[in-house]
Design a protein around this ligand. Structure first.
Ligand SMILES: [Zn+2]
Length: 214
């Protein structure tokens, strides 16, 4: 009954309510980012009519996703080993670190092919209203990395929105005291209020090459 109440509250405005496991499936799908009620229904009914072998593969991957994926000890990116593919690559430039919010942003910057340094994934952005302060992000790890290696430039590539800007401002203040360290921010041109991952390669590539010193 409790589940039904939760669902009806959440889907009160949806066109139709389904019974039992179908509604549970729609409800779970609807909790995923970027999936609205209409898409959740469409995916649920696609799954209901899908080949059992396809469902089996999906089930298998979902089962493995939590146990098979870990985070890189160095940069915090998703990794299948203790360190990620990028941190293990000896051809990457160790003197430049690009700071991003999420692992998906690493992919976005990689797609531009403009960056040959390494990354640092914060695990989010400062958002005091949601209880996310510097302690909840991998800020201390970043300081340790910069202190321990010959890092000459930190590129701040947080999202061009309020939280991303607040995080960038905080980082600039935090990194100001490192001698010989240049702190840069992606050039403007990225749509404000957006998400780094949704910027096209060309725009993000230009923002990267046109970055400005803070
Ligand atoms: Zn890494």
């Amino acid at each position: 009954m409790a589940a039904a109440c939760r669902i009806s509250a959440r889907w009160a405005w949806a066109d139709a309510l389904y019974e039992g496991v179908v509604q549970d499936l729609i409800d779970e799908l609807g909790r995923l980012p970027g999936i609205g009620p209409k898409s959740a229904q469409r995916i649920a009914f696609h799954l209901l009519s899908a080949d059992p072998a396809d469902i089996g593969r999906l089930q298998e991957v979902l089962g493995k996703v939590k146990e098979g994926v870990q985070f890189c000890e160095i940069c915090g990116n998703v990794s299948e080993q203790e360190t990620c593919r990028i941190c293990r690559d000896t051809r990457r430039d160790l003197t430049v670190i690009c700071v991003v919010e999420e692992p998906k942003d690493v992919l976005a910057v990689e797609r531009t092919r403009e960056f040959r340094g390494r990354y640092h994934v914060l695990g989010g952005a400062l958002d005091p209203l949601s209880g996310i302060g510097p302690e909840q992000l991998r800020m201390r790890e970043l300081l340790q990395r910069i202190g321990a290696a010959d890092v000459t430039e930190v590129i701040i590539a947080t999202d061009p929105n309020t939280e991303g800007e607040a995080t960038a401002t905080y980082l600039v203040r935090m990194l100001r005291d490192f001698p010989g360290l240049s702190v840069t921010r992606l050039a403007s041109g990225l749509p404000m209020g957006g998400d780094l991952e949704f910027a096209d390669e060309l725009t993000l590539g230009r923002a990267l090459s046109g970055r400005r010193v803070l």
